[in-house]
Design a protein around this ligand. Structure first.
Ligand code: KG4
Ligand code: ZN
Length: 337
């Protein structure tokens, strides 16, 4: 079963060719154009996807030894949540390719896709599992009873963790998007030299708040706090908040595994604390490699593979549309409404 998967929900243009869950070839074009604007400019992102996507597909097909769409069994694209204009580019392109070759099209939920990067790998996930999804747009905890039964436990009340990283990095002159740069600066700083608040610190509350933390970091920066020390304290505060709430849910629900996903799981301290805590508590940890923590098309392809494994004739209607926000209580990989 060959699947061609497309991801254009934000500012990364990504294409992957899979055989079931196995990656045959993939490419990611990370749009640099936004850094000089200090944030993502939605129209520029959509236009860049429009320009880059066709060439990226050709590259992936060539790398995978595929000569025509006839050799593809199914097409999948992210429908949301994300930037509507960006989503529409990948969605319209993929639907057209599926239609032209008479193959099924599947619309995929981006949040579920982040979790599905761990689907079909060498190690099987043992359920129940606690899932931490931390990206530039989302910060949520889920209870996964199986791959088909994913329940939201709680989310951020304001900013996403990645957004807080990016805003703090930007104010400290570390560029945009600055999560990775702040992570590097933090390696050179001392987290104990700077004290930051831990909003909604009670681990039993599966919700987060990062906007106050970001403001506290701003005040410290304006007072002349050392950049690296501030970065180190910020990183430690966020990582501890994320992991303490995750571990509380693991204990409460007698979880057997931890699934971590989303761009912020590229963070080195978060990765280290997750490894330590899961090893100590005998939990199976599923942590994506850094390239597949941030947006990619392999996760979209794996979500599609899972849908097709359950229902080999599954397909989404060609009328299916992009959506900007997700506000459900149960999460499904099928992202077509
Ligand atoms: O999952 P993703 O690629 O896009 C969304 O779906 O939002 O996540 C991007 C986010 C950005 O906010 C970026 O700054 C953050 O992930 N990020 C990091 C690191 N690498 C990427 N945050 C902290 N430390 C990192 N090393
Ligand atoms: Zn994402």
């Amino acid at each position: 079963m060959r699947i061609l998967a497309v991801e254009t929900s934000c500012d990364d243009t990504a294409v992957a060719l899979l055989d079931g869950c196995r990656a045959i070839a993939e490419r990611i074009y990370r749009q640099e154009i936004h850094s000089k604007h200090g944030g993502i400019v939605p129209e520029l992102a959509s236009r860049k996807h429009m320009q880059i996507l066709p060439g990226l597909v050709e590259e992936v097909l060539r790398a995978g030894g595929v000569k025509s769409f006839e050799e593809i069994d199914a097409f999948a694209a992210t429908t949301g949540p994300g930037l509507t204009g960006s989503l529409l580019v990948g969605l319209a392109w993929t639907k057209a390719a599926a239609w032209a070759s008479g193959k099924p099209f599947l619309g995929i939920n981006h949040l579920a896709a982040h979790l599905y990067i761990h689907y079909g790998g060498k190690r099987q996930v043992v359920f129940p599992a606690a899932a931490l999804l931390v990206s530039g747009g989302h910060t949520s905890l889920f209870r996964m009873n199986s791959w088909e039964d994913i329940l939201l436990l709680g989310s951020t009340r304001d900013d996403a963790a990645g957004e807080a990283f990016d805003k703090t990095a930007k104010l400290a002159g570390l560029g945009y998007p600055g999560g990775a740069a702040l992570d590097l600066a933090a390696d050179r700083g001392d987290p104990e030299k700077v004290s930051l608040p831990s909003p909604i610190a009670d681990p039993s509350i599966p919700e987060f708040s990062f906007s106050g933390l970001k403001t506290a970091a701003k005040l410290l920066w304006e007072k002349g706090t050392d950049r690296n020390d501030l970065a180190a304290s910020f990183r430690k505060t966020v990582a501890n908040l994320l992991v303490s709430k995750l571990m509380y849910q693991c204990e409460k629900h007698k979880m057997k595994s931890v699934i971590a996903a989303g761009g912020v799981t590229a963070n080195s301290l978060l990765r280290q604390i997750l490894r330590e805590e899961c090893s100590e508590k005998n939990l199976n940890l599923f942590l994506p490699d850094r390239e597949h923590a941030t947006d990619n098309a392999l996760m979209v392809g794996r979500a599609a593979a899972a849908i097709l494994e359950k229902d080999p004739v599954a397909s989404s209607p060609l009328s299916c549309n992009a959506f900007a926000r997700w506000s459900g209580k149960t999460l499904s990989p099928i992202g077509c409404y």
